[in-house]
Write a protein that binds this ligand. Structure first.
Ligand code: CP
Length: 333
């Protein structure tokens, strides 16, 4: 039994060492391989409970945790703000002090409000591991599944590979910075050279950018920022493009949505992943997205259904990563 991760919170990958991340990935790869061979792991979390507290909706995160703990022999319990006394103002401290007596782990999704502070408060009073299922700043369970997907594709050889993290013009609501921020923080630590492509209004938080630069420097990898998706795609190994709001530019929702739409005006394809941009990448490059994506708005169907696309492998890897997170932090596997 490897117990170093038992009881450890996962609020941002920044809180985990590269060795801890590698350990988690090795458990996830083993779960995946053995599941494909028909080997069961239903004693790993036997009779254990993982609470899933969602302030917002989810398809992948909820179902990967729920299916995952079932496969490990435990039980997932779904909670919402409205379906609990959180709706009536029960504090994070009191909520977690009680839930810690009932189960062995908890995940929280809260991307507005602020979510990260809420999770840190829960973690400070928790006797069970607290997992960030996405907040306004980070999405660690997703970025770890992304890392697993890239390692799988390139047989673990990530050094000097170019990864594009690009903004896209995704409409209708203001998406958080969490995905882009998690990618630029985590990927350079594992050796990937990251190119962030953004229009001027879609900057990430300055403290995150500073940490990402430091991470790259310490790992001997590169981190650069460019103003064009097309420029970024040249010779890329990985293209990861999704939308987020101009949160550092304006707090006004209407203005924010208008800015997002501005970049799609007159049928502009500048911030859409299309075949023309994928043709600029390396021949064996991959296209990634955490999902859900806006088909033919953020990315063309030709790309998402084409040979470069890894989106469904990436979504599948959420299952193996969630199982590894629960098994290591709740049972010390
Ligand atoms: N990628 C992701 O977190 O998906 P869900 O919002 O469906 O959980």
């Amino acid at each position: 039994m490897y117990s170093a991760l038992k009881g450890k919170h996962l609020l941002s990958t920044q809180d985990w060492s590269v060795e801890e991340i590698e350990r988690l990935l090795s458990v996830a790869f083993r779960f995946k391989e053995e599941r494909n061979l028909g080997i069961y792991h239903d004693q790993v979390l036997r009779a254990k409970t993982f609470f899933m507290l969602f302030f917002e909706e989810s398809t992948r995160t909820r179902n990967a945790f729920e299916a995952g703990i079932h496969q490990l022999g435990g039980h997932a319990h779904f909670l919402t703000e409205k379906g609990s006394q959180i709706e009536h103002g029960e504090t994070a401290k009191d909520t977690i002090k009680v839930l810690s007596r009932y189960g062995e782990g908890i995940g929280i999704r809260k991307t507005y409000g602020p979510g990260h502070k809420y999770m840190r408060e829960m973690a400070a009073h928790s006797s069970i591991p607290v997992v960030n299922m996405q907040c306004e700043d980070y999405h660690p369970t997703q970025v770890l599944a992304d890392l697993m997907t890239i390692k799988e594709k390139y047989q673990g050889q990530l050094k000097n590979r170019k990864m594009v993290v690009s903004w896209t013009s995704a409409p209708n609501y203001i998406r958080p910075l969490s995905m882009a921020q998690s990618l630029v923080l985590c990927m350079p630590r594992l050796g990937l050279d990251v190119t962030l492509a953004i229009p001027p209004e879609f900057k990430l938080k300055p403290e995150v950018m500073a940490q990402a630069r430091k991470n790259a420097e310490m790992a001997g990898s590169k981190f650069e920022v460019v103003g064009s998706m097309e420029e970024a795609c040249k010779d890329a190994d990985v293209v990861y493009a999704k939308g987020w709001g101009p949160i550092m530019h304006t707090e006004d929702e209407k203005e924010g949505l208008a800015l997002i739409d501005k970049y799609r005006k007159n049928g502009s394809m500048d911030w859409v992943v299309d075949q023309r941009k994928m043709d600029l990448t390396k021949p064996d490059s991959i296209y990634m997205h955490c999902m859900p994506f806006d088909r033919d708005i953020e990315v063309t169907s030709e790309v998402v259904d084409g040979p470069h696309s890894k989106v469904y492998d990436e979504a599948e890897n959420r299952l193996h990563i969630m199982k590894a997170i629960m098994a290591t932090t709740m049972a010390g596997l």
